[in-house]
Design a protein around this ligand. Sequence first.
Ligand code: MN
Length: 199
Amino acid sequence: MPFTLPNLPYDHKALEPFFDTTTMEIHHKKHHQAYIDNLNKAIAGTPNENKSLPELVKIAGTISPAVRNNGGGHWNHSFFWEILAPNTGGTPTGKVADAITQQFGDFNSFKEKFSTAGLTRFGSGWVWLIVKDGKLEITSTPNQDNPLMDIAEVKGKPILGADVWEHAYYLKYQNKRADYLSAFWNVVNWSKVNEHFVS
Ligand code: MN
């Protein structure tokens, strides 16, 4: 079965004014779709065509750059849409809130560290909050890599992530990645982050 584009769990305009409608439409229907199309092309007729997305991501470094980039692109964006939601902003709740306080001191210190990791990721990539050896850790990856991949420098289970490719923010925020990352906190779906954290 070829991979297909998942629907957003909300409307493209739902994250206004933080993430604008046009960016969300292009990001989801063009960029995400392109990763899926290119992934399907890269695995068609190969021994990998019946593998699941998590299986492909786990061994991405051993397959091909096309599978690594586009399989990562499909996984990362599918994950990203789910950890966003309208009207959710504010502070984390549940068990992840306690773990953040325990690991980073308080929510503001955590936000600052996460944003700095996103700001200092040179070029295109992602910033992540992961669970590694039972503890929370902030890391970032280049391009469409992620911490589940065999080739990741820091491996772990992502529970929150932010896309810091220019295509994620340039229409609304231009070169100001810091403003985009600051807006990001208003649309984080903490209930989904908690689901990832406890699963
Ligand atoms: Mn993206």
